[in-house]
Design a protein around this ligand. Structure first.
Ligand SMILES: [Zn+2]
Ligand SMILES: [Zn+2]
Ligand SMILES: [Zn+2]
Length: 273
């Protein structure tokens, strides 16, 4: 049986517009540093399950998913954990039909009730496929409605959904428990947040890898600023924190070296450990 350690990859680290921003000629958007080219936010967790099979679980499926998948040669998907139904997090869902075709099995997808309400509206061709005029090649998903606080089993990994506030919208953060000898775990994926409620604190306790929203220096109604993100990361105290969802206000080479010890800016393709 393979004992390869789990591997976590940031597939996209940009805000909803992506970076560079269409039509912008600021210094970040003109940068030739590949770390300043940010596709929309998503991530991949690869691990070996109890039966020895190598598994691949996605966090969100942004509109750039096809490009992200091709970049790393991803050819499977064993599950999808959704945070919320904003366009920049779910508009790549059509693309996962390729994994269905390769693996010949449906993909379990986990999201909260408001997320599924939105997805049923936008993806009726997937979720109510019997209503399609022509039988067409659409993704084969198994929807799972999770409540905030629920824990689901993902091929032996335990994933717990907890509440993050994204402006007025409660969305899901995910805590992943893996083998205790693997320094990646527990891992928490916390994108699109400007407030972590008190009742979610226990879910962030003892986290060794933290992925956290950091939009830009200026205040925003639904995302952490740089200062707020650093303060939240300090309070959580993970061994290492990686920031995501940055705008073009943040240039990697200028900003990353100024972050406190144990914290860094994410970039597309960054793998942990
Ligand atoms: Zn977003
Ligand atoms: Zn720009
Ligand atoms: Zn959002």
């Amino acid at each position: 049986m393979s004992t390869a350690p789990a591997k976590f990859t940031l597939l996209g680290t940009g805000t909803s517009s992506g970076v560079p921003v269409i039509g912008c000629d600021c210094v970040t958007c003109r940068s030739d540093d590949p770390r300043d080219r940010r596709l929309r936010c998503g991530a991949l967790l690869e691990f070996t399950c109890g039966s020895g099979e190598r598994r691949a679980v996605l966090f969100d499926v942004p509109p750039d998913h096809r490009e992200q998948s091709l970049r790393i040669g991803l050819a499977r998907c064993d599950g999808i954990l959704l945070t919320h139904a904003h366009v920049d997090h779910v508009f790549g869902l059509d693309e996962v039909r390729r994994y269905n075709a390769i693996m010949r099995r449906p993909i379990p997808v986990y999201g909260d009730e408001p997320t599924w309400e939105q997805l049923e509206r936008v993806y009726s061709h997937i979720l109510f496929r019997d209503r399609n005029v022509n039988a067409s090649f659409v993704a084969d998903l198994v929807p799972h409605r999770v409540r905030h606080g629920d824990t689901v089993d993902l091929h032996g990994l335990r994933a717990t959904a907890f509440t993050l506030w994204h402006g007025k919208l409660p969305i899901l953060g995910w805590r992943i428990e893996g083998p205790s000898h693997d320094p990646l775990f527990p891992l928490a994926y916390c994108t699109d947040v400007n407030r972590i409620p008190e009742e979610s604190r226990p879910h962030l306790q003892g986290v060794r890898t933290l992925v956290l929203d950091m939009l830009r220096p200026r205040p925003h109604d639904t995302h952490f600023t740089c200062e707020q993100a650093i303060a939240a990361a300090r309070e959580i105290g993970a061994d290492r924190t990686v920031f995501v969802h940055m705008t073009h206000d943040i240039r990697h080479a200028e900003f990353d070296p100024r972050l406190p010890v144990g914290m860094r800016l994410g970039f597309d393709g960054l793998t942990l450990p």
